[in-house]
Design a protein around this ligand. Sequence first.
Ligand SMILES: Nc1ncnc2c1ncn2[C@@H]1O[C@H](COP(=O)(O)OP(=O)(O)OP(=O)(O)O)[C@@H](O)[C@H]1O
Ligand SMILES: [Mg+2]
Length: 513
Amino acid sequence: MSDSLFIGGGGVDYAEKQGLTLKYANRHGLIAGATGTGKTVTLQILAEGFSNAGVPVFLSDVKGDLSGLAKSGTAEHKLHGPFTERAEKIGFTDYTYHACPVTFWDMFGQQGHPVRTTVSEMGPLLLAQLLELTEAQEGILNIAFRLADEEGMPLLDLKDLQALLVWVGENAKDLSLRYGNVSSQSIGAIQRRLLVLENQGASQLFGEPALELSDLMRTDASGKGMVNILAADQLMGAPKLYATFLLWLLSELFEELPEVGDPDKPKLVFFFDEAHLLFEDAPKALVDKVEQVARLIRSKGVGVYFITQNPADVPEDILGQLGNRFQHALRAFTAKDRKELRMAAETYRENPRFETEEAIREVGVGEAVTSMLQKKGVPGIVERTLIRPPSSQLGPFTKTERAAHLAASDMAGKYDEPMDRKSAFEILKARADTAAKEAAEAEEKAEELEPVLREFNAGRRYSGARVTRSTSKSTRRGASFGEAMTKMVVKELTGTTGRRMVRGILGGLFKGR
Ligand SMILES: Nc1ncnc2c1ncn2[C@@H]1O[C@H](COP(=O)(O)OP(=O)(O)OP(=O)(O)O)[C@@H](O)[C@H]1O
Ligand SMILES: [Mg+2]
């Protein structure tokens, strides 16, 4: 069975060993089922299996219960009582307890090493999706990205993008001539969305040092694949951010990894938990993109496994690409449920021993209707499989255990401290500072000359006799000088390098910081 992962027992009395063929593990998968039916444990045993086979894994831990992967299970653990029974039943004779090599990651940098990307790596398309922008707003975001490119201003963090948008707003008139309508309303709308994103804690996602993909693809000294666990409990409060981040990670893997065709085993297996979040209210263009990434990433040796309660949550085109399936129990209360159940059942190759639809309704906790890809990538006949018990601890790591693990991690120190190099924000701020200095100098000059101006203006107000009464020479000089000065000051104050713009830039930047 070294070319496959042991997943549990099927056939009569669950006595036939069932396996997931490593060679086809890059042809994606699905773990579905109602709440409490065993999805998370299935994910856990798959992660263990891949890791043992030397395949690195990336998964998100939505409820915090997967951190136990980093710790060995024990025979004494009371939850493990039934595990040995289960193991015996399915002929899992070499059932042992062991931990997996784990790296913890956390966008908020608390439960793991921080994961970051830059605004420009995220790109306007995903960012527009994340911010739920309209077409017009997305157009402006595209212009902003292009300008940043042209002006040589790196977009690393959110304040870079915010500063750039302020600058775009200040130059809207000129930019409209070049690119079409750049409306301040749309810019304002994007800025407000960015604020919402910031309030969700996203400022920590954007910046440097950005995650290097190779750090997700490591094996330990004994050749086991690293299990990368992204803390996602807090992230669930911002579902759009969660889904977009994972999608970004997938597209990044797709872009950076070389073609490998169908390798003997995957280079990385990616578990996408709560996958329905990716597809909920997603525009067709995005679903198409996910479909495309899923189809093409296979040949880069990356297997993607979607986890969701109902297979109907996954668009048909994508579902059709998920070759290895674990269908835990589905309930069928309503007519709609029954219809979806029937449709789910129809996608399997029938087993003469049982009705697929009935089996999906009946399977117990930790049991699943499974179908794995067989020789030549043909879907196997559907089985009722009692899933094997995990070797690592069921349930979470304690806070203390996690802290100790993090301190000892070989990623410690690499990502923990943020780095803020010169980028759009700093460049625009420097420009604004220069402009502010110029404006201040001009104002100072104006103040020096104010008495002259006052005299001149007073002279004009009290016209006639009084002017003629003073020496005609000095009045004439005052008039010409004062007029020129007035013009100069007005020009300085309304020109493009004037105070108005300075306030515009700084006001926008420092608001809410
Ligand atoms: N393969 C298994 N071996 C042993 N016990 C299992 C197995 N699968 C599930 N169980 C038991 O069932 C419980 C619930 O399973 P699990 O947490 O995986 O459900 P779930 O489908 O992820 O639920 P939720 O939708 O609430 O996240 C586990 O805590 C465990 O006690
Ligand atoms: Mg679960």
